[in-house]
Design a protein around this ligand. Structure first.
Ligand SMILES: [Ca+2]
Length: 234
C-alpha cells in the first residue's frame, strides 16, 4: 500500500514520539586506567616502608598480569597512586578496582581509601569497602568520591584489615561521572494505534482533517487518514 497519495495520505505507522529527557542517564569517561599489561607499575607506589609492589603474571583479572603487594607491616599500608594532577576539585568520580588475595593468604577485609591533604593536614575517606576478599577469585570494588575544593594532594590506596596480608590488584579505573538520574525519566513514550476507532487525540493542522479509517492499515484494522485539502474528483 501507499502511505501518500496525492494530497491525501494515511498515517500507516504507530507513532511513538520520544519522551522529553528529564535528565541524563549515568555515564562515565575514564580518566585514569591501569591494567599492568605493559609490565610497569603504572604509577602505583608503596604507601608504607617495607611494602613491595611488583607486576606479576601469577594472577590477572584482565590480560596476563596484575600488581602484587607484599611485605606490608601496617594496616594502612599497601599500594597507592597519586591522583593529585589527574583529578579536578569538585568533580564526582567513579573508582573501580579488582582485588584478590595472594596464594595461601587468608581472607581479608579490604578498603579503597582516599587521603586528601587539606590545609597541610591529611583527611581520609573510604571510597569503597570494607569488602571481604579471598584468594579464590577477583573481587570488584566500586565507589565514588569528589575531591574537596581546597584539597592540594590526593593519594588513593588499597588497605587491608590485616597488617601483613598480601594481595593482587588489577584493572583500576577512575571515571568522570555526571551523577546520573536521581529520578529516572519515563521513557515509555506513547503509542497511537487507532484501534479504538477514534483519532486518539490527533487533530488536523490548518485546513487538514483527520479521520479514523479502516481502508488501509499497517497493523490491526484501523489507521488515521489525513486530508490535506480539497481532493479533485474523477
Ligand atoms: Ca591486567
Amino acid at each position: 500500500m501507499s502511505c501518500l497519495s496525492g494530497s491525501r495520505f494515511v498515517l500507516c505507522l504507530c507513532l511513538i514520539p520520544t519522551a522529553p529527557v528529564a535528565c541524563l542517564p549515568a555515564t562515565a569517561q575514564v580518566v585514569v586506567s591501569t591494567n599492568f599489561e605493559d609490565g610497569q607499575t603504572d604509577g602505583w607506589i608503596p604507601r608504607d616502608t617495607g611494602t613491595t609492589l611488583a607486576v606479576s603474571a601469577n594472577q590477572a583479572n584482565s590480560g596476563t598480569q596484575s600488581l602484587l603487594t607484599t611485605g606490608r607491616t601496617q594496616t594502612f599500608g599497601g599500594p597507592s597512586i597519586d591522583l593529585s594532577s589527574a583529578l579536578t576539585q569538585g568533580q564526582l568520580y567513579i573508582f573501580t578496582i579488582y582485588v584478590r588475595m595472594a596464594e595461601g593468604e587468608a581472607n581479608d577485609s579490604v578498603k579503597m581509601t582516599m587521603q586528601s591533604t587539606i590545609n597541610s593536614s591529611n583527611t581520609f575517606n573510604t571510597v569503597s569497602g570494607p569488602t571481604t576478599v579471598t584468594n579464590g577469585s577477583w573481587v570488584k570494588m566500586v565507589g565514588t568520591f569528589t575531591p574537596a575544593s581546597n584539597a592540594t594532594s590526593l593519594l588513593l590506596y588499597i588497605e587491608g584489615a590485616s597488617a601483613t596480608s598480601s594481595y593482587y590488584v588489577d584493572d583500576f579505573t577512575v571515571a568522570v561521572s555526571n551523577g546520573g538520574c536521581s529520578n529516572p525519566p519515563d521513557n515509555s513514550g506513547f503509542v497511537s494505534d487507532f484501534e479504538n476507532g477514534t483519532p486518539q487525540g490527533w487533530v488536523g493542522r490548518g485546513s487538514a482533517q483527520v479521520a479514523n479509517v479502516t481502508a488501509d492499515t499497517h497493523s490491526g484494522g484501523h489507521s488515521l487518514s489525513a486530508t490535506m485539502g480539497p481532493v479533485a474528483s474523477g
